[in-house]
Design a protein around this ligand. Structure first.
Ligand SMILES: Nc1ncnc2c1ncn2[C@@H]1O[C@H](COP(=O)(O)OP(=O)(O)OP(=O)(O)O)[C@@H](O)[C@H]1O
Length: 347
């Protein structure tokens, strides 16, 4: 197995909600402070090995982006450690910290909001490598031309502005900008979600090609299991701030261990039946402001037992390279579920 490249160890992250105007006024007038704490991540472990594509999936609000930003070093955890190449990111200083920042690039969903509309593509892509002293200014044009070609755009487009490109082309510009500083690790946060279906496949193929050509490591965040099935070596499933299951992609798709994973897969969409997002698993996702005790999934789980309502299940190996956090694994006879009947089995 290749070396561990990036790692989150027992990472938690809380946010305090901002009070709105009415709440601020009420507090000034003596009312109780109504700010609430959002438990976005609750003791999460994640390991990414060199050269791996790890797919991080889960419903909206389960903490995927927060984990991606923490692993990328853009956001500190409230608790826990983030290691990059074996070193605690929080302790990196000077040149080492700068190097770690450059080696990790994050590609967001909406390229338009991250590309400066007043700058030409040549500057958008070529600015950072010059500013960081990776290349002399005179080499900027050539570097940008090469990068545009690498992401499938005509190098003659380098003097255009972002608004002169389509959504898919803009995402390619975003990718070229990320590649300009020679990263080894790309965190792709819903990077293809905003694109038309046909364009999604093209950009996904580009990511896979770049992986091969440049030996990249990816954390690929998506709410779309079919996308992850297509690109990831390993899948990590999150539910309400916790990892509930992880393992090799094929194993997870063939035999999910956690009832939540099974329920998601029931709804999914094979890649050939293109389906863009999760259908709601039965029941509402609870609020991360007030998560349920025990297993976070128990209010929606068709198998929930008394123990699930009070005791958090640990994430443990369950065979086949998979890990799952489910008390069912401790039963002498585990109820079997299939992708089609998991909703009907009584508790
Ligand atoms: N800066 C913040 N302030 C307050 N709450 C936040 C902040 N950032 C994220 N959250 C909350 O933390 C939880 C997890 O958010 P996050 O964006 O990580 O989830 P996600 O799985 O990526 O969802 P989505 O796909 O909708 O972005 C959500 O309840 C979100 O509202």
């Amino acid at each position: 197995m290749s070396e561990i490249f990036a790692e989150a160890v027992n990472v938690s992250r809380r946010f305090t909600t901002e009070p709105d105007l009415a709440e601020r006024i009420a507090v000034r007038l003596g009312a109780r402070d109504t700010r609430k704490v959002v438990h976005a991540l609750d003791d999460v472990n994640l390991t990414i090995r060199r050269g791996e594509v790890v797919g991080l999936v889960g419903e909206s609000g389960c903490g995927k982006s927060t984990l991606g930003r923490i692993i990328a070093g853009m956001l500190p955890p409230s608790e826990g450690i983030v290691r990059f190449r074996g070193k605690d990111r929080a302790n990196l200083r000077g040149q080492e910290a700068r190097q770690a920042r450059l080696e990790t690039q994050i590609i967001f969903q909406d390229p338009m909001s991250s590309l400066n509309p007043r700058k030409r593509v040549v500057d958008i892509i070529g600015e950072a490598p010059v500013a960081h002293g990776l290349i002399p200014r005179r080499e900027k044009e050539a570097l940008v031309a090469g990068l545009l070609a690498k992401v499938g755009l005509d190098p003659s487009m380098r003097d255009r502005f972002p608004h002169q490109f389509s959504g898919g082309q803009r995402q390619r510009i975003g990718i070229a900008r990320a590649l300009a500083v020679n990263p080894e690790f790309l965190v792709c946060d819903e990077s293809i979600a905003a694109l038309d279906i046909s364009i999604q496949a093209q950009v996904l193929n580009l990511f896979m090609q770049l992986r091969q050509d440049l030996d990249l490591t990816y954390l690929f965040i998506s709410h779309d299991l079919s996308v992850v099935h297509h690109i990831a070596d390993r899948v990590v499933i999150m539910y309400l701030g916790r990892v509930v299951e992880s393992g090799p992609t094929e194993a997870i798709f063939a035999e999910p261990n956690h009832p939540y994973t099974a329920a998601l897969l029931e709804e999914v969409p094979r890649i050939d039946r293109r389906h863009r997002s999760f259908q709601p698993v039965k029941g509402e996702i609870p609020s991360p402001i007030n998560p349920p005790p025990g297993c976070h999934f128990h209010p929606r789980c068709p198998f929930a037992m008394d123990r699930c309502r009070v005791e958090r299940p640990a994430l443990v190996p369950v065979g086949g390279g998979q890990e799952a956090a489910c008390h069912l694994n401790d039963l002498a006879e585990r109820p079997r579920f299939t992708q089609t009947d998991n909703r009907e089995i009584p508790a």
